[in-house]
Design a protein around this ligand. Structure first.
Ligand SMILES: O=C(O)CCC(=O)C(=O)O
Ligand SMILES: [Fe+2]
Length: 334
């Protein structure tokens, strides 16, 4: 499968990396990142854990149904990512880990006992949550350099995003395991697995598996739907490491940058080959959000100061990260 997206190596935090990252974030709004520290074995275990969890009886999973704070199990059809077009919810199930403390990797509310029954299961979830948080902060620091965010009295420009990510303060960040069951039907009406949407946070990090493709972006470059392929790990460069991770710019970065960065529309669809094999899809996703009280007003930068009428610059009243998330979630989980 061809790859319309850039693969950016973030192992070096410097001006060249920042330039490359910014270019990808302002063009497609979707990219791959390599030079992260996720091991292949770790990601394999996570997918295995996810598969085993979703195989548990429905009654068991439903004991942990999604709470008002967006934590817990979401059953088939429980979420509709494209409520203006789709009547039915998405044909998928998910497990949300929300109310995250990034110092401990723990959640405020209970997670299914199944994860705690075996210490390795819980440890893997906890370490993944901490790593995802750290990776998103690293990417945000590099982006801040590329965006030439200016120093203020309170913060250094490169720390502008990170300063809104106090690890022990409440945020909308959510770690999710997602499962899209296979479907043999070739009914063209039933090919959407997750409706078209933009993500609500600052950025989303995602692992998918080979032969389980289906993620598509509405490319701002080609003005058409394009597949986000599975990209194999570069084992010569990074032995033992997991494949490049998908990075998706979300609404909040679009607001903060007055629309310079793109919160690109995407969806999950059954590609023909996957529909024919009846293959399931599993994805491992981290939705990175700043602290609840972070204002979504543009950062100070020569790159954005003259942009008017896009992103938050067009609004007269600034909203907080939590107000934005609550609004989006209310539409999704009607
Ligand atoms: O499962 C995927 O590949 C993407 C899901 C997604 O876009 C989302 O949950 O926001
Ligand atoms: Fe999404």
């Amino acid at each position: 499968m061809s790859n319309p997206l850039q693969i950016v190596d973030i192992s070096l935090v410097d001006a060249a990396t920042a330039e490359e990252l910014l270019n990808a974030a302002t063009s497609q709004g979707f990219l791959f990142v390599e030079g992260h520290d996720f091991e292949q074995s770790e990601v394999d275990h996570l997918f295995e854990l996810s598969r085993q969890f979703f195989e548990l009886p429905s009654e068991y999973k439903q004991q942990y149904s999604r709470s008002n704070s967006n934590h817990g199990y979401v059953d088939y059809g429980g979420e509709n990512l494209d409520p203006t077009t789709q009547k039915l919810g998405d044909p998928k199930e998910g497990l949300n880990f929300s109310g995250l403390d990034f110092l401990t990797g723990l959640t405020e509310e209970d997670i299914p006992q199944w994860f705690k029954d075996v210490p390795e299961r819980h440890e893997l979830v906890v370490s993944t949550i901490k790593k995802m948080y750290q990776l998103s902060i690293k990417i945000l620091r590099i982006l801040a350099i590329g965006l030439k965010i200016e120093d203020t009295n309170e913060t250094k420009g490169s720390e502008w995003f990170a300063s809104k990510y106090d690890p022990s303060k409440a945020s909308g960040s959510t770690f999710r395991l997602l499962h899209y069951p296979g479907q043999k039907s070739l009914n063209p009406e039933a090919v959407i697995r997750a409706g078209a949407h933009t993500d609500y946070g600052s950025m989303t990090l995602l692992f998918q598996k080979e032969h389980q493709e289906g993620l598509e972006i509405y490319s701002p470059v080609s003005k058409g739907w394009e597949a986000v392929p599975y990209v194999s790990p570069n084992t010569a460069k990074y032995p033992g490491k997991a494949p490049p991770i998908v990075v998706n710019i979300g609404d909040q970065l679009s607001y903060w940058s007055a629309g310079l960065l793109r919160s690109t529309i995407h969806r999950v669809k059954f590609p023909k080959a996957v529909q024919e094999t009846g293959q399931d899809r599993l994805s491992i996703v981290f939705f990175s959000h700043p602290n609840d009280d972070a204002l979504l007003t543009p950062f100070p930068s020569p790159l954005t100061k003259d942009i008017k009428g896009r992103g938050a610059n067009k609004d007269t009243v600034a909203i907080t990260a939590k107000q934005h998330l609550d609004k989006r979630l209310a539409a999704t989980y009607k």
